[in-house]
Design a protein around this ligand. Sequence first.
Ligand SMILES: Nc1ncnc2c1ncn2[C@@H]1O[C@H](COP(=O)(O)OP(=O)(O)O)[C@@H](O)[C@H]1O
Ligand SMILES: [Mg+2]
Length: 282
Amino acid sequence: MLQPLIDLQQVTYAYPVRPGSAQQESPALRKLSLQIQQGEYVVILGHNGSGKSTLARQCNALLLPDQGQVIVAGMDTRDLASHPAIRARVGMIFQNPDNQLIATVVEDDVAWSLTVLGYSASEIRQRVNEALEAVGIADLRALPPHKLSGGQRQRVAIAGILALRPDCIIADEATSMLDPVSRQEMGKLFARLNRDLGITIVQVTHLLEEAVYAQRIVLMEQGQIVQTGQPGQLLSDIERLRALKLIIPDSLSLAARLRAAGFRIAEDAVTVEQIAREIARE
Ligand SMILES: Nc1ncnc2c1ncn2[C@@H]1O[C@H](COP(=O)(O)OP(=O)(O)O)[C@@H](O)[C@H]1O
Ligand SMILES: [Mg+2]
């Protein structure tokens, strides 16, 4: 068996309680185990507070386990000396692109980490070009980030990570501030980076409609994984998803109602396009 790129073993983690607080310490992650293989496109799905961001932060050593261990590309996150190497392999983007952009011009922003790490000017130029091409914003390179749309700014943040040539990108609700069209484009970008560049994608979201393009969905609740499976397996049980406080997109609830009424809508039809095709066929 191939060594997983990210291997969480029985991870328990509780945020520190403020001194004097009457609040009980309740773990954000409870004995959670998850293996992510190089090249996978995984969606971590769960309602607010289910522990997704805590899990994501364990994967690039922004948080360390209280119990259990996290191994990234063979390195234990409890080994502090391994943190720079881990973060070069596993990059993270967050909800608000503005907290991640530093420079006054797009290409300088993408070059930032490389500059800090001391790469040569020619190496930086080549990597920045590649990264801007990969996310489709090469034509915006000379603009200041504040002139760009939210979706474009998220692309700048992604390019900044790609320039480091990571194995994996973790996107923590990175699309939730975007409009539905940009959100869908971002999903397609993740799928393309995964397919064409072989980059492992871990997309964290509370939106079911973003989970439909994943190879594997990891469903979270109360700091634990309650189910994992392919979208077709996992998204047909609408009642269960509702019980997990997820909002069911219209397309999925329509498919479920049609099935209940006796129409033959394939269980593995999960995207709007697939469901529309099934309805047209039937
Ligand atoms: N910085 C923090 N300090 C204390 N508790 C936190 C902090 N961040 C998250 N939590 C708590 O940990 C649990 C899991 O949160 P989180 O991982 O952010 O979930 P999600 O990303 O799924 O919304 C929640 O109960 C949340 O209130
Ligand atoms: Mg979160």
